[in-house]
Design a protein around this ligand. Structure first.
Ligand SMILES: Cc1ncc(COP(=O)(O)O)c(C=O)c1O
Length: 416
């Protein structure tokens, strides 16, 4: 079975983290090294996770209760949970599926007199153009937060210089992961200092907790290799366990209990050591390899099944962190792929569509996209031949579906 994704970390990175976890060292100094390695002329801040930083930011902003935050409609569920935990209201802004961008018109539609801030996420490894979002935010005096968690590649991009805050994650499934950690970049260094001040009362992540994480993910690195993953799949089946559940439960960052309580920690010294190392490594070789595979797959699919909708097919910039597809029969396609040895998934279960409190559908494109979303394996661990075979398997599914008379077999129906 070809695994869905690889954990993007090397043995030497894991070893450096384990070594740091038994060495003396000052977390404040380690954080300062990370912040200076981040190299922006803005204010940088190292934190335990994007969610921790976002939570501390909302505390520092002290927006009036009931204020609305416009949120690009697909993001991880915890981001909206954090907004709500601060007594604020998340209002979805629809995204355009082919470009994965939010338009100025969509932002205008979502705005109300209570709107105070905007949070937009670059999705699936793409980077949306920010000009319209910046203009809209500045014109309406809204605080702009750019979520770059899925779009980091190590190429020196630090988000839009006009965003008030940019968020970068180094969580376990991210590019150049440090198995945790995040960096925030602030337009206003004084606000950075206030956020840092708020975090200073939080307890420190324990070294033991981070070391345990390193060991656990060493196991996942091994699972990224085909024979081990196949053995794991077989073992799960034998034990009657739901592989999807087991995987998503074990990679969930802050599982169980109160989210806010769990994210309120400062990063440990060894985590900061690994984070520093990963940032200094710059462009990741894995990125070029996976982007090459993804482009190859996109080309094969557009030849084989031109009506199939690929969210992000028209993005201005894409690093193909994951390879999403929208399909009216997503579950059947996944079953077909898995039977042929490709671990396609609806996975990434922490992603969700932001729902409007009124219950009405405020983001129709995002809703449709999400209801049909699946991810195909297209990563650095695959060969060009794997991709050819994968495309052939998808093509065979389409042919069978058409023959079986599924009228909307290819209908992504998510715009253009
Ligand atoms: C869009 C987006 N925002 C925020 C996060 C949270 O990042 P972290 O795990 O660093 O809290 C993620 C993580 O997957 C994400 O994909």
């Amino acid at each position: 079975m070809i695994p869905r994704k690889r954990i993007d970390i090397r043995w030497a990175d894991l070893a450096s983290g384990l070594l740091a976890s038994v060495m003396p060292g000052d977390p404040a100094r380690a954080a300062a090294s990370v912040e200076s390695a981040w190299r922006t002329a803005r204010g940088n801040l190292a934190c335990l996770s994007v969610r921790s930083g976002f939570d501390a930011l909302l505390s520092a902003l002290q927006l009036p209760a009931g204020s609305e935050v416009l949120v690009s409609a697909v993001t991880i569920r915890d981001m909206t949970r954090i907004i709500e935990a601060h007594g604020l209201v998340a209002v979805p802004v629809d995204i355009d599926s082919p470009t994965l961008a939010v338009s100025r018109a969509a932002l205008e539609r979502a705005r109300s007199p209570r709107t105070r801030a905007v949070l937009v996420a670059h999705l699936f490894g793409s980077r949306m153009p920010m000009r319209e979002v910046v203009e809209f935010s500045h014109k309406n005096q809204l605080f702009l937060i750019e979520d770059c968690a899925q779009a980091y590649t190590g190429d020196g991009w630090r988000g839009d210089i006009s965003s008030d805050v940019c968020l970068f994650s180094f969580g376990p499934i991210k590019t150049a992961t440090a198995l945790g950690g995040a960096v925030m970049t602030f337009r206003d260094p004084a606000l950075r200092d206030r956020v840092r001040g708020g975090m200073s009362a939080w307890p420190l992540q324990s070294r033991a907790a981070y070391a345990a994480r390193l060991l656990k993910y060493a196991g996942f690195v091994v699972l990224g290799y085909r024979p081990f993953y196949s053995a794991f799949v077989a073992a799960m089946a034998l034990a009657g366990l739901d592989r999807e559940r087991v995987l998503s439960a074990s990679v969930r960052g802050f599982a169980g209990g109160e989210l806010v309580e769990k994210i309120r920690r400062r990063p440990s010294m060894p985590l900061l050591v690994v984070l520093h190392r990963r940032i200094r490594q710059g462009v990741q070789p894995s990125v070029a390899r996976r982007a090459e595979r993804a482009r190859q797959l996109a080309k094969r699919l557009s030849d084989a099944a031109p009506a199939m909708a690929r969210p992000g097919a028209e993005t201005a910039w894409h690093s193909h962190w994951v390879f999403p597809l929208a399909h009216a029969r997503a579950d059947a396609l996944i079953a077909h792929m898995q039977a042929q040895g490709f671990d396609a998934t609806r996975g990434a279960s922490s992603m969700a569509v932001v729902s409007a409190t009124s219950g009405e559908c405020r983001a129709p494109q995002a809703e449709t996209l999400f209801s049909q979303l699946l991810y195909l394996p297209a990563h650095e661990g695959m060969t060009a031949r794997d991709i050819e075979r994968l495309a052939a398997v998808v093509r065979a599914f389409e042919t069978q579906s058409v023959a079986a008379g599924w009228p909307d077999a290819q209908a992504g129906n998510i715009g253009r």
